[in-house]
Design a protein around this ligand. Structure first.
Ligand code: KIV
Ligand code: ZN
Length: 521
């Protein structure tokens, strides 16, 4: 097979953190959090932001509309199933953007054709009708054959041709279940470019899931074969093992430009800031040894490594921390540091704050510095995450907590919670201070969710270190995570628990996305 010539050297970055990422069980984000993330994605040079699935719920619709209205440079895209209602609703949300896009999809593999009860011909007809309808509304239409990598090759060519004829301007090839392999991923794109009439007029995209840990390799292989759009998420957030990680493909294209001569429009110095933001609001912490953005990605512990690094940084570093927006220094802040110093430090860490936000964060910083002699970068990052998680609009908020601990007898917690704006107080006992606190939360806000995970880790060293607490709750097979940091572990625990409950409340106000994804009409 001769490989079709790539069209240009620019690879478009399509970020789906707010759609495929947010679909991940437990990663539900609030309206405000979505808007903040979209603004950061736009600012960092993401070409296309998939802002949500407008038919899924009123909340999704509002978020996509608002993101579209606020967009500056990025194309704003919404997802819709292959039916006219979905597409109309999607258009209503994205039409406010300077550059709107409708993305419509249908499962084309034999398994999906069975579910939708459409035979091959009926599905081609549906693709024709829905894509032409979308194209009558919007000039920029993306179409995806879901589960493309498990679709018969001849049939895949046929459906892609039908979508192009109906007006699709981008064809996305999803590896929905993370099944493909780099050579196969490349061959698939090369085959479509070669066999499908009109393929050289449109952009091919690659959308990989990471079930076998090959999402980044599969995406890059597709680019080498001619795909010019990579679909990805920050931190690789996404269902099951997640999606291709934006930071990995972008940095691979940059660091190995010698063998991957393509460019993106991403300002890589914004990577760390948005990675932290997404970890905080999604409640999915980044694994320490995660490529590019993990806490240890630039840490050199061993003697040999440290010695090499001191002599020449290139000995063990293929990219510089500054390239991804990691501060090279770890200047310590304290209670005498002023507002200007805090602003400069936060900016170095990737957080650009407006005056009002700075005022608010400064108060929190001073309170922390009063309790903790030295405030390190990691403390500030935890503080910023805390500020974004415990927003004033949250349904449940911890107002006051007092625990009484003794060596004998049950521990006691006196808790005041604000529930939908009304303050409620209770006194509860338990087997230890955290158990007593959680019992108090459960008594004030009754729920069936089961505690699946409770984890504490120190942000920095020392007995005055802040603790970051992660809590995972599950109800009816749906997972809700919460996180919080404080120098007091019990306070952090209460806030993390309440944070997970807030996500559960938010989820109840939304439709069940996975049910929507598996029904085609
Ligand atoms: O993984 C997938 O197939 C998807 C499609 C909706 C593009 O996310
Ligand atoms: Zn996907």
């Amino acid at each position: 097979m001769t490989q079709a010539a790539p069209k240009q050297d620019h690879v478009l970055i399509f970020d789906t953190t707010l759609r495929d990422g947010e679909q991940s069980p437990g990663a539900t984000m609030s309206h405000g959090e979505k808007l903040e993330i979209a603004a950061l994605l736009d600012e960092m040079g993401v070409d296309i932001i998939e802002a949500g699935f407008p038919i899924a719920s009123e909340g999704d619709f509002q978020a996509v509309s608002e993101i579209a209205k606020n967009s500056r440079n990025s194309v704003i895209c919404g997802l819709s199933r292959a039916n006219l209602n979905d597409i109309d609703r999607c258009w209503e949300a994205v039409k406010h953007a300077a550059r709107p896009r409708i993305h419509t999809f249908i499962g084309t593999s034999p398994l999906h054709r069975d579910i939708t009860a459409l035979d091959q011909d009926a599905m081609v007809a549906r693709i024709h009708d829905t894509v032409s309808h979308a194209r009558n509304l919007c000039e920029d239409v993306q179409w995806s054959p879901m589960d493309a990598t498990r679709t018969e090759r001849d049939y895949l060519c046929r459906v892609v041709e039908a979508a192009i004829k109906a007006g699709a301007t981008t064809i996305n090839i999803p590896d929905t279940v993370g099944y493909t392999y780099p050579r196969e991923s490349a061959e698939l794109i090369a085959m479509l470019l070669e066999r499908v009439p009109g393929a050289d007029e449109i952009i091919f995209a690659t959308h990989c899931h990471n079930d076998l840990g090959m999402a980044t390799a599969n995406s890059l292989a597709a680019v080498e074969a001619g795909a010019r759009q990579i679909e990805c998420t920050i931190n690789g957030l996404g269902e099951r093992a997640g999606n291709t990680a934006l930071e990995e493909v972008v940095m691979a294209l940059r660091v190995r430009n010698d063998i991957l001569p393509y460019r993106t429009g991403i300002d890589t110095t914004k990577i760390m800031g948005i990675s932290r933001m997404v970890a905080a609001v999604s409640g999915f912490p980044v694994q320490f040894n995660k490529a590019v953005v993990g806490k240890n990605a630039f840490a050199h512990e061993s003697g040999i490594h440290q010695d090499g690094m001191l002599k020449n940084k290139e000995t063990f570093e293929i990219m510089r921390p500054e390239d991804i927006g990691l501060a090279a220094t770890n200047l310590v802040m304290g209670k005498h540091s002023g507002r200007a110093a805090l602003r400069a430090k936060l900016s170095e860490l990737g957080y650009e704050l407006g005056d009002n936000q700075l005022k608010d964060v400064f108060v929190r910083f001073k309170a922390l510095a009063d309790r903790k002699k030295e405030v390190y970068d990691d403390d500030l990052i935890a503080l910023m995450a805390e500020a974004s998680l415990n927003d004033e609009d949250a349904y449940l908020q911890v107002r006051k907590l007092r625990v009484v601990c003794g060596t004998d007898g049950p521990q006691e917690a006196e808790l005041t919670l604000s529930i939908g704006g009304v303050e409620k107080f209770i006194d509860a006992t338990g087997d230890g201070p955290v158990d007593a606190t959680f019992n108090a939360v459960k008594m004030l806000f009754e729920h069936e969710a089961r505690l699946e995970l409770y984890q504490v880790h120190a942000v920095t060293e020392g007995t005055d270190a802040q603790a970051t607490v992660s809590v995972r709750l599950a109800q009816d097979g749906i997972v809700f995570t919460g996180q919080s940091s404080d120098t007091d572990t019990v306070v952090a625990s209460a806030k993390a628990y309440v944070n997970a409950l807030n996500r559960m409340v938010l989820h109840r106000h939304r439709g069940n996305l996975s049910a929507l994804m598996s029904s085609a009409s």
